[in-house]
Design a protein around this ligand. Structure first.
Ligand code: BGC
Length: 367
Protein backbone atom coordinates (compact mmCIF):
# COMPACT_ATOMS: atom_id res chain seq x y z
CA UNK A 1 0.00 0.00 0.00
CA UNK A 2 1.43 3.35 -1.04
CA UNK A 3 1.02 6.31 1.28
CA UNK A 4 -1.56 8.75 0.01
CA UNK A 5 -0.41 12.29 -0.51
CA UNK A 6 -3.33 14.63 -0.31
CA UNK A 7 -1.76 17.81 -1.56
CA UNK A 8 0.49 19.10 -4.27
CA UNK A 9 3.05 21.72 -3.47
CA UNK A 10 3.00 24.74 -5.70
CA UNK A 11 6.48 26.10 -6.25
CA UNK A 12 6.69 29.65 -5.03
CA UNK A 13 9.16 31.21 -7.39
CA UNK A 14 11.14 34.02 -5.91
CA UNK A 15 10.27 33.18 -2.32
CA UNK A 16 13.85 32.30 -1.59
CA UNK A 17 14.92 35.82 -2.49
CA UNK A 18 12.11 37.35 -0.46
CA UNK A 19 12.94 35.32 2.64
CA UNK A 20 16.62 36.05 2.33
CA UNK A 21 15.90 39.62 3.25
CA UNK A 22 14.52 38.57 6.63
CA UNK A 23 17.63 36.57 7.63
CA UNK A 24 19.72 37.32 10.68
CA UNK A 25 19.05 34.31 12.92
CA UNK A 26 22.32 32.45 13.16
CA UNK A 27 20.54 29.11 13.06
CA UNK A 28 19.10 29.93 9.69
CA UNK A 29 20.73 31.05 6.56
CA UNK A 30 20.71 31.32 2.85
CA UNK A 31 23.09 31.71 0.05
CA UNK A 32 21.87 32.66 -3.34
CA UNK A 33 25.08 31.83 -5.12
CA UNK A 34 23.83 28.43 -6.27
CA UNK A 35 20.27 29.45 -7.06
CA UNK A 36 19.20 28.30 -10.47
CA UNK A 37 22.76 27.54 -11.50
CA UNK A 38 22.23 23.83 -12.09
CA UNK A 39 19.09 23.43 -14.11
CA UNK A 40 18.53 26.89 -15.47
CA UNK A 41 14.81 26.20 -15.73
CA UNK A 42 13.75 25.56 -12.16
CA UNK A 43 15.11 27.73 -9.40
CA UNK A 44 15.60 26.28 -5.93
CA UNK A 45 12.72 27.79 -4.03
CA UNK A 46 10.99 27.74 -0.71
CA UNK A 47 12.45 27.39 2.72
CA UNK A 48 13.39 24.16 4.45
CA UNK A 49 12.99 23.63 8.19
CA UNK A 50 14.93 20.83 9.88
CA UNK A 51 14.37 19.79 13.49
CA UNK A 52 17.13 17.72 15.06
CA UNK A 53 16.21 15.58 18.08
CA UNK A 54 18.63 16.36 20.90
CA UNK A 55 22.22 16.93 21.92
CA UNK A 56 22.55 14.01 24.31
CA UNK A 57 21.73 10.74 22.53
CA UNK A 58 24.64 11.21 20.15
CA UNK A 59 27.03 14.05 19.44
CA UNK A 60 26.34 13.49 15.74
CA UNK A 61 23.31 15.79 15.51
CA UNK A 62 25.13 19.00 16.35
CA UNK A 63 28.70 18.08 15.44
CA UNK A 64 28.09 16.28 12.13
CA UNK A 65 24.52 16.73 10.87
CA UNK A 66 24.07 20.45 11.49
CA UNK A 67 27.24 21.55 9.67
CA UNK A 68 26.60 19.06 6.86
CA UNK A 69 23.02 20.28 6.45
CA UNK A 70 24.11 23.91 6.46
CA UNK A 71 26.71 23.16 3.80
CA UNK A 72 24.22 21.23 1.65
CA UNK A 73 21.54 23.93 1.78
CA UNK A 74 24.06 26.71 1.14
CA UNK A 75 25.44 24.84 -1.83
CA UNK A 76 21.91 24.44 -3.21
CA UNK A 77 21.08 28.08 -2.57
CA UNK A 78 18.11 27.14 -0.41
CA UNK A 79 16.94 29.10 2.60
CA UNK A 80 16.92 26.95 5.71
CA UNK A 81 16.22 26.96 9.41
CA UNK A 82 17.78 24.23 11.55
CA UNK A 83 16.69 23.86 15.18
CA UNK A 84 17.23 21.29 17.90
CA UNK A 85 14.35 20.01 20.09
CA UNK A 86 16.73 19.22 22.99
CA UNK A 87 15.08 15.86 23.65
CA UNK A 88 11.67 17.41 24.28
CA UNK A 89 8.79 16.32 22.01
CA UNK A 90 6.64 19.28 23.05
CA UNK A 91 9.44 21.59 22.14
CA UNK A 92 9.72 19.90 18.76
CA UNK A 93 6.01 20.51 18.21
CA UNK A 94 6.40 24.19 19.10
CA UNK A 95 9.41 24.60 16.84
CA UNK A 96 7.44 22.99 14.00
CA UNK A 97 4.53 25.38 14.57
CA UNK A 98 6.87 28.36 14.53
CA UNK A 99 8.63 27.17 11.41
CA UNK A 100 5.32 26.67 9.62
CA UNK A 101 4.23 30.12 10.77
CA UNK A 102 7.48 31.51 9.37
CA UNK A 103 6.75 30.06 5.96
CA UNK A 104 8.78 26.87 5.60
CA UNK A 105 7.53 24.95 2.58
CA UNK A 106 9.28 21.71 3.52
CA UNK A 107 9.76 20.38 7.03
CA UNK A 108 12.20 17.58 7.89
CA UNK A 109 12.22 16.04 11.36
CA UNK A 110 14.23 13.48 13.28
CA UNK A 111 11.38 12.35 15.49
CA UNK A 112 11.74 11.78 19.23
CA UNK A 113 8.94 9.22 19.07
CA UNK A 114 6.57 8.24 16.30
CA UNK A 115 3.42 9.56 17.95
CA UNK A 116 4.63 13.14 18.35
CA UNK A 117 6.35 12.96 14.96
CA UNK A 118 3.14 11.83 13.24
CA UNK A 119 1.16 14.64 14.89
CA UNK A 120 3.70 17.23 13.69
CA UNK A 121 3.53 15.84 10.17
CA UNK A 122 -0.25 15.77 10.12
CA UNK A 123 -0.43 19.40 11.15
CA UNK A 124 2.20 20.39 8.59
CA UNK A 125 0.36 18.54 5.88
CA UNK A 126 -2.89 20.30 6.74
CA UNK A 127 -1.10 23.62 6.18
CA UNK A 128 0.32 22.57 2.81
CA UNK A 129 3.83 21.92 4.13
CA UNK A 130 5.52 18.78 2.82
CA UNK A 131 7.38 16.65 5.34
CA UNK A 132 10.43 14.40 5.25
CA UNK A 133 11.61 11.86 7.80
CA UNK A 134 15.31 12.48 8.34
CA UNK A 135 17.24 9.45 9.65
CA UNK A 136 14.34 8.00 11.71
CA UNK A 137 11.12 6.73 10.14
CA UNK A 138 7.98 8.06 11.81
CA UNK A 139 5.67 5.07 12.16
CA UNK A 140 2.13 6.02 11.24
CA UNK A 141 3.42 9.35 9.93
CA UNK A 142 2.71 11.06 6.64
CA UNK A 143 6.18 12.03 5.43
CA UNK A 144 6.48 12.23 1.67
CA UNK A 145 10.01 10.80 1.80
CA UNK A 146 12.40 9.05 4.14
CA UNK A 147 16.13 9.83 3.98
CA UNK A 148 18.42 7.60 6.02
CA UNK A 149 20.95 4.79 5.95
CA UNK A 150 20.00 1.16 5.61
CA UNK A 151 19.54 0.68 9.32
CA UNK A 152 19.12 -3.09 9.20
CA UNK A 153 22.52 -3.24 7.52
CA UNK A 154 23.92 -1.03 10.32
CA UNK A 155 22.83 -3.73 12.79
CA UNK A 156 24.23 -6.49 10.60
CA UNK A 157 27.61 -4.72 10.46
CA UNK A 158 27.58 -4.42 14.25
CA UNK A 159 26.71 -8.11 14.66
CA UNK A 160 29.38 -9.20 12.17
CA UNK A 161 31.90 -6.80 13.71
CA UNK A 162 31.34 -8.28 17.15
CA UNK A 163 31.60 -11.81 15.75
CA UNK A 164 34.87 -10.92 14.02
CA UNK A 165 36.28 -9.58 17.29
CA UNK A 166 35.09 -12.56 19.34
CA UNK A 167 36.05 -15.27 16.86
CA UNK A 168 35.10 -18.93 17.22
CA UNK A 169 35.22 -19.19 21.01
CA UNK A 170 32.12 -19.63 23.17
CA UNK A 171 30.99 -16.19 24.28
CA UNK A 172 28.33 -14.55 26.42
CA UNK A 173 26.89 -11.45 24.79
CA UNK A 174 25.03 -8.49 26.27
CA UNK A 175 22.92 -6.25 24.04
CA UNK A 176 22.61 -2.56 24.89
CA UNK A 177 19.95 -1.44 22.43
CA UNK A 178 18.87 2.09 21.48
CA UNK A 179 15.71 3.87 22.54
CA UNK A 180 12.50 1.84 22.36
CA UNK A 181 10.83 4.90 20.78
CA UNK A 182 13.30 4.95 17.87
CA UNK A 183 12.37 2.72 14.94
CA UNK A 184 16.06 2.66 13.97
CA UNK A 185 16.92 1.03 17.29
CA UNK A 186 14.50 -1.80 16.45
CA UNK A 187 16.18 -2.24 13.07
CA UNK A 188 19.70 -2.13 14.53
CA UNK A 189 18.82 -4.87 17.03
CA UNK A 190 17.08 -6.96 14.36
CA UNK A 191 20.08 -6.66 12.06
CA UNK A 192 22.54 -7.65 14.79
CA UNK A 193 20.41 -10.59 15.92
CA UNK A 194 20.04 -11.81 12.34
CA UNK A 195 23.81 -12.28 12.23
CA UNK A 196 24.60 -13.42 15.77
CA UNK A 197 21.61 -15.63 16.59
CA UNK A 198 22.70 -18.18 14.00
CA UNK A 199 26.11 -18.58 15.65
CA UNK A 200 25.63 -21.35 18.19
CA UNK A 201 28.80 -20.55 20.17
CA UNK A 202 27.26 -17.27 21.32
CA UNK A 203 24.75 -16.91 24.12
CA UNK A 204 22.72 -13.80 24.94
CA UNK A 205 23.06 -13.27 28.71
CA UNK A 206 21.39 -9.86 28.88
CA UNK A 207 19.55 -7.46 26.60
CA UNK A 208 17.94 -4.13 27.34
CA UNK A 209 16.84 -1.02 25.48
CA UNK A 210 18.15 2.32 26.78
CA UNK A 211 15.36 4.93 27.05
CA UNK A 212 16.14 7.99 24.89
CA UNK A 213 19.59 6.55 24.20
CA UNK A 214 20.59 8.16 27.52
CA UNK A 215 24.29 7.46 27.98
CA UNK A 216 24.27 7.79 31.78
CA UNK A 217 21.32 5.46 32.11
CA UNK A 218 23.12 3.10 29.75
CA UNK A 219 26.00 2.80 32.23
CA UNK A 220 23.56 1.97 35.03
CA UNK A 221 21.72 -0.56 32.87
CA UNK A 222 24.95 -2.17 31.70
CA UNK A 223 26.24 -2.38 35.27
CA UNK A 224 23.05 -4.22 36.26
CA UNK A 225 23.24 -6.63 33.34
CA UNK A 226 26.94 -7.22 34.02
CA UNK A 227 26.31 -7.97 37.68
CA UNK A 228 23.34 -10.21 36.86
CA UNK A 229 25.63 -12.20 34.54
CA UNK A 230 28.22 -12.51 37.35
CA UNK A 231 30.66 -10.55 35.20
CA UNK A 232 30.68 -13.40 32.69
CA UNK A 233 30.28 -11.15 29.69
CA UNK A 234 32.56 -11.67 26.68
CA UNK A 235 31.12 -9.22 24.17
CA UNK A 236 28.82 -6.20 24.11
CA UNK A 237 26.55 -5.29 21.21
CA UNK A 238 26.13 -1.57 21.93
CA UNK A 239 23.95 0.27 19.44
CA UNK A 240 25.99 3.48 19.20
CA UNK A 241 29.26 5.00 20.36
CA UNK A 242 27.64 6.71 23.36
CA UNK A 243 26.16 3.44 24.65
CA UNK A 244 29.45 1.69 23.84
CA UNK A 245 31.34 4.31 25.83
CA UNK A 246 29.01 3.72 28.77
CA UNK A 247 29.70 -0.03 28.67
CA UNK A 248 33.45 0.59 28.35
CA UNK A 249 33.40 2.81 31.46
CA UNK A 250 31.88 -0.04 33.48
CA UNK A 251 34.28 -2.59 31.96
CA UNK A 252 37.16 -0.29 32.90
CA UNK A 253 36.01 -0.37 36.53
CA UNK A 254 36.01 -4.16 36.34
CA UNK A 255 39.46 -4.27 34.74
CA UNK A 256 37.97 -5.72 31.55
CA UNK A 257 38.18 -2.82 29.09
CA UNK A 258 40.00 -3.91 25.97
CA UNK A 259 39.41 -7.57 26.83
CA UNK A 260 35.68 -7.52 26.10
CA UNK A 261 34.86 -6.29 22.59
CA UNK A 262 32.22 -3.57 22.39
CA UNK A 263 30.51 -2.27 19.25
CA UNK A 264 29.26 1.21 18.43
CA UNK A 265 27.95 3.51 15.73
CA UNK A 266 28.39 7.06 14.43
CA UNK A 267 32.19 7.16 14.16
CA UNK A 268 32.30 9.90 16.78
CA UNK A 269 35.61 11.30 17.96
CA UNK A 270 35.31 9.31 21.20
CA UNK A 271 34.24 6.16 19.34
CA UNK A 272 37.18 6.35 16.93
CA UNK A 273 39.58 6.98 19.81
CA UNK A 274 38.20 3.93 21.61
CA UNK A 275 38.62 1.87 18.44
CA UNK A 276 42.23 3.02 18.12
CA UNK A 277 42.84 2.26 21.81
CA UNK A 278 41.30 -1.21 21.43
CA UNK A 279 38.57 -0.72 24.03
CA UNK A 280 35.95 -0.65 21.27
CA UNK A 281 35.98 -3.28 18.57
CA UNK A 282 34.25 -1.33 15.83
CA UNK A 283 31.97 1.54 14.97
CA UNK A 284 29.72 2.24 11.98
CA UNK A 285 30.38 5.25 9.81
CA UNK A 286 27.40 6.98 8.23
CA UNK A 287 28.53 10.02 6.27
CA UNK A 288 26.59 13.08 7.42
CA UNK A 289 27.62 14.82 4.22
CA UNK A 290 25.88 12.15 2.16
CA UNK A 291 22.78 12.01 4.35
CA UNK A 292 22.43 15.79 4.50
CA UNK A 293 23.07 16.04 0.76
CA UNK A 294 20.30 13.51 0.10
CA UNK A 295 17.95 15.47 2.34
CA UNK A 296 18.74 18.71 0.50
CA UNK A 297 18.07 17.02 -2.87
CA UNK A 298 14.70 15.69 -1.69
CA UNK A 299 13.72 18.98 -0.06
CA UNK A 300 14.53 20.92 -3.23
CA UNK A 301 12.55 18.48 -5.37
CA UNK A 302 9.55 18.86 -3.04
CA UNK A 303 9.85 22.63 -2.98
CA UNK A 304 9.86 22.60 -6.77
CA UNK A 305 6.87 20.29 -6.92
CA UNK A 306 9.05 17.58 -8.49
CA UNK A 307 9.45 13.92 -7.60
CA UNK A 308 12.73 13.10 -5.86
CA UNK A 309 15.05 10.31 -7.01
CA UNK A 310 14.79 7.44 -4.55
CA UNK A 311 16.63 4.18 -3.93
CA UNK A 312 13.41 2.33 -3.08
CA UNK A 313 10.65 2.28 -0.50
CA UNK A 314 10.60 1.53 3.22
CA UNK A 315 7.68 -0.31 4.77
CA UNK A 316 6.14 1.40 7.76
CA UNK A 317 5.55 -1.60 10.04
CA UNK A 318 2.63 0.12 11.79
CA UNK A 319 0.36 0.15 8.74
CA UNK A 320 2.32 -1.55 5.94
CA UNK A 321 2.42 1.67 3.93
CA UNK A 322 5.42 2.22 1.69
CA UNK A 323 7.45 5.38 2.05
CA UNK A 324 9.62 6.44 -0.92
CA UNK A 325 13.14 6.38 0.48
CA UNK A 326 16.76 7.15 -0.06
CA UNK A 327 18.73 4.65 1.99
CA UNK A 328 22.51 5.05 1.99
CA UNK A 329 25.13 2.38 2.67
CA UNK A 330 26.82 2.41 6.09
CA UNK A 331 30.46 1.35 6.53
CA UNK A 332 32.03 -0.76 9.28
CA UNK A 333 35.10 0.83 10.86
CA UNK A 334 37.74 -1.11 12.77
CA UNK A 335 41.30 -0.22 13.83
CA UNK A 336 42.38 -1.03 10.26
CA UNK A 337 40.32 1.62 8.50
CA UNK A 338 39.78 4.49 10.95
CA UNK A 339 41.67 6.54 8.37
CA UNK A 340 38.75 6.12 5.92
CA UNK A 341 36.55 8.29 8.14
CA UNK A 342 39.22 10.99 8.28
CA UNK A 343 39.86 10.80 4.52
CA UNK A 344 36.13 11.13 3.86
CA UNK A 345 35.93 14.23 6.05
CA UNK A 346 33.78 12.45 8.68
CA UNK A 347 36.17 13.59 11.42
CA UNK A 348 39.34 15.63 11.55
CA UNK A 349 42.66 13.99 12.47
CA UNK A 350 43.31 17.03 14.69
CA UNK A 351 40.25 16.11 16.80
CA UNK A 352 40.87 12.36 16.97
CA UNK A 353 44.65 12.30 17.35
CA UNK A 354 44.92 14.33 20.54
CA UNK A 355 47.02 13.53 23.62
CA UNK A 356 47.61 9.82 24.10
CA UNK A 357 45.85 9.06 20.82
CA UNK A 358 48.55 10.82 18.76
CA UNK A 359 50.84 7.78 18.78
CA UNK A 360 47.95 5.43 18.04
CA UNK A 361 47.06 7.58 15.04
CA UNK A 362 50.65 7.45 13.79
CA UNK A 363 50.64 3.65 14.18
CA UNK A 364 47.37 3.53 12.22
CA UNK A 365 48.89 5.71 9.48
CA UNK A 366 46.64 8.68 10.26
CA UNK A 367 48.11 12.14 10.10
C1 BGC B 1 20.61 7.30 14.72
C2 BGC B 1 21.99 7.05 15.29
C3 BGC B 1 22.13 7.77 16.63
C4 BGC B 1 20.95 7.46 17.55
C5 BGC B 1 20.96 8.32 18.80
C6 BGC B 1 19.57 6.88 15.72
O1 BGC B 1 18.29 7.06 15.23
O2 BGC B 1 20.46 6.59 13.50
O3 BGC B 1 22.99 7.50 14.39
O4 BGC B 1 23.31 7.38 17.28
O5 BGC B 1 19.73 7.68 16.88
O6 BGC B 1 20.82 9.66 18.48
Amino acid sequence: MKRKHSFVLVPLLGLSMALTACGGDDSSGSDDSGTGSDSGSSEAVGKVGVILPDTESSVRWESADRPALEAAFKEAGVEYDIQNAEGDAERMTQIADTMIGNGVTVLAIVNLDSESGAAIQEKAQSQGVATIDYDRLTLGGSAEYYVSFDNTVVGELQGQGLADCLGDKDANIVYLNGSPTDNNATLFAEGAHSVLDGMSNYKVVGEQAVPDWDNEEAATIFQQLYTAADGKVDGVLAANDGLGGAAISILEGAGQAGKVPVTGQDATVEGLQNVLAGTQCMTVYKSATKEAGALADVAIALANGDEADVTGTTVDSSDDSEVPSILLEPQAITKDNVGDVIDDGGQKAADVCTGKFADLCTEAGIS
